[in-house]
Write a protein that binds this ligand. Structure first.
Ligand code: HSE
Length: 436
């Protein structure tokens, strides 16, 4: 009988509980596929008394996740606690120090400490697997760090936050405002009571930081990401975008440019016919532009207990299948010591098309003056449309919608500043980038 792979699971929330269920339900199936059984040897969670509907008889309980991580009774430490510091970080470091493989779904921790942890794991010949950290059940990490190794990736981008995609999809489907849709999403459990982390783009930024490192073979640099969330998107933007043949999505985008790597998270207009525009509700999607394979788009459930447990269980199964002395792929696709320093491209140099929605005082010359301020910055307009009435509920101005040809962020910002100085605007201009 082959030796079982013994797991220590820390964190028995939605994902942890789902993982225990999957491992128990599919015990024989996994043993057959991996060539050895996978057993839960120890667990740790905050509250021992809580009824999680799980049968944990015969499983050792640890109040302290660090003690579990160091226990001689486990081979793999599975971290499902969350948080970029504190118990999760302490326990993962302890696990690697004591020679245990690590599986985690913790994007915040990886975005901050991924390179350090990858290096520690590689130095000891251990595996650090984190498929569930980005896009939940969508196997994008494995695809990028293993299958696409021979490709030079030019751009990776995606819908990485289900909460934001749900809110934007509902705003489009119902015509409702952001605040109303957010309140509904909170009632339905799709958004947290404090939704800041999701709706302001930080969750997407953590996931993007990990993808960027794997895609470009560079160190992780989450603090260099330009981040804008969706709380500023009005139903007027969604309607105007639709009239022009676009849909608004919160994208995380990382791309190579002449001046470095551009990493940005912001609401984005994508053409209605683009594959990424077809992703509705809580679903996630990742698109990769690579030189050999061309364009790949992967989509699926980005959150939820079962979908995330599928990715975690896959990571565990990879360890069960691995043979001692046969190192698998490095955590970040490139050995941590070979990762290049991160070279940041300036956001001001970002080149692309822009959607601008202005609310303008209805007087002679306003339209001409706006067009002239754009021309002054060398910005070529693709379209300029004046609606008969304001498309914004909050003010009495006339809506003017502009779409530009490719220009730069600095040119757009200069033009909008000048338009504002000219005194034609009733309210703050809206500016949304267009992704080709
Ligand atoms: N809160 C995330 C989302 C899921 O809304 O997609 C976990 O990363």
């Amino acid at each position: 009988m082959p030796e079982p792979l013994r797991l220590g699971i820390a964190g028995l929330g939605t994902v942890g509980a789902a993982l225990v269920g999957v491992l128990q339900r599919k015990h024989d199936f996994l043993a057959q596929r991996c060539g050895r059984p996978i057993v839960i040897a120890g667990v740790s969670a905050r509250d021992r008394t809580r009824d999680r509907g799980l049968d944990l008889s015969g499983v050792e309980w640890f109040d302290d996740p660090v003690a579990l991580a160091q226990s001689a009774g486990i081979d793999v430490f599975v971290e499902l606690i969350g948080g970029d510091e504190g118990p999760a970080a302490d326990a993962i470091r302890a696990a690697l120090r004591s020679g245990k493989h690590v599986v985690t779904a913790n994007k915040a921790l990886l975005a901050r400490h991924g390179v350090e942890l990858a290096r520690k794991a590689e130095d000891k010949g251990l595996l650090l697997n984190f498929e569930a950290a980005v896009a939940g059940g969508v196997p994008v990490i494995k695809a990028m760090r293993e299958t696409l190794t021979a490709n030079t990736i030019q751009r990776v981008y995606g819908i990485l936050n289900g909460t934001c995609n749900y809110i934007l999809s509902e705003m489009e489907a119902t015509g409702a405002d952001y605040a109303d849709v957010l309140a509904d999403a909170q009632r339905l459990g799709y958004a947290e009571a404090d939704p800041t982390f999701d709706v302001e783009g930080f969750d997407t930024a953590h996931k993007l930081a990990i993808l960027t490192s794997i895609a470009f073979g560079c160190r992780i640099s989450v603090d260099d990401i330009y981040v804008e969330g969706i709380s500023n998107i009005a139903s007027a933007d969604i309607q105007a975008a639709a009239e022009l043949g676009y849909r608004i999505k919160l994208l995380g985008v990382a791309q190579r440019t002449d001046t470095g790597i551009e990493q940005r998270v912001h609401p984005t207009l994508v053409p209605l016919e683009a594959p990424i525009a077809q992703i509705h509700g809580v679903t996630n999607a990742v698109a990769i532009d690579a030189d050999i394979v061309g364009r790949l788009v992967m989509s699926g459930p980005g959150a939820g207990g079962e979908a995330t447990a599928s990715a975690v269980a896959g990571d565990i199964a990879d360890i069960a299948k691995s043979r001692p002395g046969h190192q698998q792929a490095p955590a970040l696709g490139t050995p941590a010591r070979n990762l290049t320093p991160y070279k940041q491209a300036r956001m001001r140099a970002h080149a692309g098309g822009y959607f601008i929605r202005l609310s303008v005082n209805d007087r002679a010359g306003a339209f001409a003056s706006i067009a002239s301020r754009m021309a002054q910055e060398g910005i070529s307009l693709k379209s300029i449309v004046q609606h008969g009435t304001s498309a914004a509920k909050e003010d009495a101005g006339q809506a003017v919608i502009l779409v530009t040809h490719t220009t730069t962020e600095s040119a757009i910002r200069a033009a909008l500043k000048n338009i504002d100085v000219d005194g034609h605007l009733v309210s703050r201009p809206q500016m949304i980038r267009i992704e080709s």
